[in-house]
Ligand binder design. Structure first.
Ligand code: DX5
Ligand code: ZN
Length: 222
């Protein structure tokens, strides 16, 4: 038990509400908070960058009123620069955008600056086929790197083991304080693969929200 508490201090669990019951989101968030989650992961999809549409700014605004947990916003959208202000003002604490949604390094740098100018934590996410070396130039400029371990777009997909091998490559080059987060197919087994490779934040959607007991599910990730 004490070991688990120690692990939990170092490992941030961010349940993805994509798999929660949307008819009672506030309750679903309180439930994972009581079960030990520190952050709430909000998957924003635009039907262009990914072939799915989910939720947006109004939902973040409502969740901000409903919880004091860190709102970890994962933007799977094109033209992220157009929406940073809205998500920042809605109450996101962390805004993570996709490297692949940017035209060039200047574009990436501009989006990072916008997020920081709003006083928010900035994250860059990479899809399964993006090489870690492409984001090395930004490791000192951001707070978080999100390594996708599935193709972004849907919950409930199978973990891509090869993607996890990017974690130590990023960790080797990263400042000590950088948060390395993984997202996609995380369960009680794949979580261990990722943490042993150096991840310190786990996003889990279906594994937590489709389980009968959120606390047991979160504990089993540690
Ligand atoms: C996928 C999303 C994930 C998704 C994870 O594009 O970014 O956050 O909710 O779902 P699971 O944990 O079910 O793979
Ligand atoms: Zn996500």
């Amino acid at each position: 038990m004490y070991d688990r508490i120690r692990i939990m201090e170092k490992l941030i669990i961010s349940p993805s509400i994509l798999s929660a019951d949307f008819s009672k989101l506030a309750e679903e968030i309180t439930a994972v908070k009581n079960a030990g989650a520190q952050w709430i992961h909000i998957d924003v999809m635009d039907g262009h960058f990914v072939p799915n549409i989910t939720i947006g700014v109004p939902v973040v605004k409502s969740l901000r009123k409903a919880t004091d947990l860190i709102l970890d916003t994962h933007l799977m959208i094109e033209n992220p620069e157009k929406y940073i202000k809205s998500f920042a003002e809605a109450g996101s604490d962390i805004i993570t955008f996709h490297y692949e949604a940017c035209k060039d390094t200047e574009h990436v740098g501009n989006v990072i600056s916008m997020i920081k100018d709003f006083g928010k934590k900035a994250g860059i996410s990479i899809k399964p086929h993006t090489e870690p070396k492409e984001i090395f130039p930004f490791l000192s400029d951001v707070d978080l790197i999100l390594v996708m371990t599935v193709e972004p777009g849907f919950g409930g997909q199978e973990f891509m083991h090869d993607c996890a091998l990017k974690i130590p490559q990023i960790k080797e080059k990263a400042p000590e304080a950088l948060i390395i987060q993984v997202d996609g197919g995380i369960n009680n087994l794949t979580s261990k693969i990722c943490t042993s490779l150096g991840a310190n934040s786990l996003v889990a959607g279906s594994y937590i929200y489709k389980s009968a007991n959120y606390e047991k599910a979160i504990q089993s990730l540690l």
